[in-house]
Design a protein around this ligand. Structure first.
Ligand code: SF4
Length: 78
């Protein structure tokens, strides 16, 4: 799955939402989150993010590794 990390906080550009073919990117408070079970790993969202907040989970920079679980937890808590 792809995930959204810290650069999205308080930005929420939403260009990614326009690109996602399965509508699995959701707004939640101060950032957007990708539903890990709905994402089909197409990668379409990654290049359109103006702040480069989107990463394939295994390619997430170390300083934002906590955001991998943050995306999962967001949907677990709904
Ligand atoms: Fe949506 Fe594709 Fe991005 Fe997954 S990788 S969130 S399916 S646009």
């Amino acid at each position: 799955t792809y995930i959204i990390a810290e650069p999205c906080v308080d930005v929420l550009d939403k260009a990614c939402i326009e690109e996602c073919p399965v509508d699995c990117i959701y707004e939640g408070g101060r950032m957007l989150y990708i539903h890990p079970d709905e994402c089909v790993d197409c990668g379409a969202c990654e290049p359109v993010c103006p702040v480069e907040a989107i990463f394939y989970e295994d390619d997430t920079p170390d300083q934002w590794s906590g955001y991998v679980n943050a995306n999962v937890d967001f949907f677990d808590e709904l």
